[in-house]
Design a binder for this molecule. Structure first.
Ligand code: SME
Length: 155
């Protein structure tokens, strides 16, 4: 995908999100996450799955708000798959080709590439934002930069 279009799409999401959260202040986490998922899924091209996984105890993530045509894997152990790895490391994960990824949990047959962004508050991962694409190598540093800015609204 053309980087210029990608930047324009994320800038639009940031504008809409910023406007929305100024209009409706003091929203809870669920409302903000659900709004982020909707804005990304409906304004950014080539996203097959957009969703949050929440830390629910010392060893598990549980699926939160998401949009896709599939049913997401509901629980993921710490360190397992790209979501569990993102939580364990507290770092953005980008997989250009999930088929060659050794630590990947498949929820569908469509996904080719994936990015996972940690939501870190006071040094602790609270949740992760998981995004899958049906295109190979869909995600890069531009996506990482914008998605980290977007999840800052949760912190
Ligand atoms: N692929 C993820 C699992 C979640 S589904 O993609 C929605 C992973 O490897 O952790």
């Amino acid at each position: 995908m053309n980087q210029h279009n990608k930047v324009q799409e994320y800038e639009k999401v940031l504008d809409l999100l910023d406007h929305f959260l100024k209009k409706y202040q003091n929203l809870g986490k669920n409302a903000i996450e659900t709004s982020i998922v909707s804005l990304l899924k409906n304004n950014v091209t080539g996203l097959f799955f957009v969703g949050f996984y929440e830390v629910i105890d010392d060893n598990h993530l549980e699926v939160g708000p998401y949009q896709s045509t599939i049913l997401a894997t509901p629980r993921i152990e710490k360190g397992k798959g790209q979501c569990g790895q993102c939580w364990a490391e507290g770092k953005v994960q980008i997989q250009e080709d999930v088929k060659v990824c050794q630590n990947y949990i498949a929820c569908d047959n469509e996904t080719q590439s994936e990015i996972v962004i940690p939501v870190i508050k006071n040094g602790v991962v609270q949740s992760v934002l998981d995004i899958d694409s049906e295109h190979l190598s869909r995600f890069d540093e531009v996506d990482s930069k914008y998605l980290q800015r977007i999840v800052e609204y949760l912190i």
